[in-house]
Design a protein around this ligand. Structure first.
Ligand code: TMP
Length: 221
């Protein structure tokens, strides 16, 4: 049995990764392709805990009030969730010949955990390398699609949706993340990573994503 294709959608909060993961899954499924949609943080035990941290349900208590865990703890938690996610869900599906589409993967760790390292740290260098290192054995995606959108458009989209606030909502941080994502491939030189402008209509963006997926599948475009 030939392994399924492992596809990842990435981008800042509000870039549309969740919408387009679902959209892509639906359009591949409607063509008769076996396909599995998933996300990170995953729905496994560590992923569920991470979501509680993101929404402020779990905090680190301290003398001067509580705070979220640091970027280092977060990077290790995300890496542990990922190892579990790959072993329990991603690889079994791929081995069954199922195409797996993940809403976020280790590129998010390199972007978010590096961007939240303290000012003065070598975020794009030493820090990003360490985050990659702790994810070294996570299976490499066959195709990663980065949805590009300006921090302002992304902020507007985040404000419009019903989801409550999360620890990475800060506009300045989202600007730094936009910079990380604009050149994320430099941290993953041996991977197939493409960018899609996500500021257009949902249909246009979906069509461009599908184009890249068909190309990666070796379909005649
Ligand atoms: P989402 O469900 O809105 O995508 O929320 C996940 C949040 O977690 C989002 O702000 C990105 C962040 N994140 C990281 O910081 N590191 C990671 O490795 C992953 C997968 C997500």
């Amino acid at each position: 049995m030939i392994d399924g294709l492992f596809i990842v959608l990435e981008g800042v909060d509000g870039a549309g990764t969740t919408t387009h993961t679902k959209q892509l899954k639906d359009s591949l499924a409607s063509r008769g392709l076996p396909v599995h949609q998933t996300r990170e943080p995953s729905d496994g035990p560590i992923g569920v805990m991470i979501r509680q941290i993101l929404t402020g349900r779990i905090v680190v208590p301290g003398l001067h009030g509580s705070r979220p865990p640091t970027w280092k703890t977060m990077a290790l938690l995300f890496a542990a969730d990922r190892a579990d996610h790959v072993e329990s869900e991603i690889e079994p599906n791929l081995r069954d010949g199922v195409t797996v589409i993940s809403d976020r993967y280790y590129h998010s760790s390199v972007a978010y955990q590096s961007a939240t390292a303290p000012e003065g740290a070598d975020r794009a260098g030493e820090v990003a390398r360490w985050v990659r290192e702790i994810n070294r054995y996570a299976r490499k995606p066959d195709l990663t699609i980065v949805l590009d959108v300006s921090p302002e458009v992304a902020a507007k989209r985040r404000a419009e949706r019903s989801k409550g606030s999360e620890i990475y909502d800060d506009l300045e941080l989202q600007r730094e993340l936009t910079r990380f994502y604009s050149n994320i491939e430099r941290h993953f030189p041996d991977e197939r990573i493409v960018h899609v402008d996500s500021s257009g209509s949902r249909e246009d963006v979906a069509a461009r994503i599908l184009h890249h997926v068909r190309e990666a599948r070796g379909e005649k475009i």
